[in-house]
Design a protein around this ligand. Structure first.
Ligand SMILES: Nc1ncnc2c1ncn2[C@@H]1O[C@H](COP(=O)(O)OP(=O)(O)OP(=O)(O)O)[C@@H](O)[C@H]1O
Ligand SMILES: [Mg+2]
Length: 230
């Protein structure tokens, strides 16, 4: 579904991503692990087109999207759940969800299925985003990304600062979405156990480079935990 080839990225003079290549398949969760500052968010921003890549190619479903602006990538089926959630605090839950559909002409109703995945959002539908707990905001951010029906869902540290019970709920939803086989999921995480439980494929980054990769079931035996433990 998603193929990255030889991605290089710079902020000013610093070389942030070094020759990153990876493939994320339909029906699989691809976990990207790495300590603080190794370039995980930069990788996702490059994928989303929030920062333009210097060299390399990004393909979605075979089509080259390397130079597409972010809204075009959304239209083509990329759903992005940014680090820190970036919920619109003064907009209601309903309005936040509608933002996920804003790229479509006219008004499209929010898919009812989102409320089956995250029932709490139905209860909170008229509350302001800013009044939700961190965990509820995270669920809202995921639902907003799902509103457009993405083929590729990318999530940046969805467990950050969230209580364990909601982490479990989010994990269940991610697994279920992958198991449908119609979506590829790229999950950036620092919470090793959460990542390990979901990983079909794993990738470890250090200083902008992929230093290790393999199948999720092998990641413990291959020492991925030691690579990312702080
Ligand atoms: N806008 C920017 N301008 C300059 N340097 C930046 C910018 N954003 C990030 N960096 C630097 O790029 C490197 C990679 O940052 P990035 O946010 O991608 O890391 P990360 O792996 O997501 O970290 P974390 O786990 O803390 O979220 C870091 O050294 C960071 O300081
Ligand atoms: Mg980050």
């Amino acid at each position: 579904m998603l193929t990255l080839e030889g991605i290089n990225q710079y902020y000013g003079g610093s070389h942030i991503l070094r020759n990153v290549s990876l493939e994320a398949k339909l029906g699989e969760v691809t976990v990207v692990l790495g300590r603080n500052g190794v370039g995980k968010t930069t990788l996702l921003k490059s994928l989303m087109g929030v920062v333009p890549v210097k060299t390399g190619t990004i393909r979605l479903d075979g089509g080259d999207i390397t130079r597409d602006p972010p809204y075009e990538r959304v239209r083509k089926g990329v759903g992005y759940v940014p680090q820190g959630r970036e919920i619109f605090g003064r907009l209601t839950v309903q309005e936040n969800l509608a933002m996920g559909l804003a790229y479509k002409p006219g008004s499209t109703p929010v898919p009812a299925e989102l409320f089956e995945l995250f029932p709490v959002l139905k209860q909170m539908i008229n509350r302001r985003g800013g009044d939700l707990s961190g965990g509820q905001q995270q669920q809202l951010a995921i639902a907003r990304a799902l509103a457009a029906g993405p083929k590729l869902l990318i999530l940046d540290e969805p467990t950050e600062g969230i209580q364990p019970s909601i982490i479990k709920d989010i994990g269940r939803v991610i697994r279920m979405l992958a198991d449908r086989g119609t979506m590829a999921i790229v999950l950036v995480e620092q919470y090793y156990d959460f990542a390990a439980e979901l990983a079909d494929q794993y990738i470890v980054m250090e200083r902008g480079e992929i230093v290790q990769r393999g199948r999720g079931k092998d990641m413990e035996a291959e020492g991925a935990r030691q690579r990312v433990s702080i």
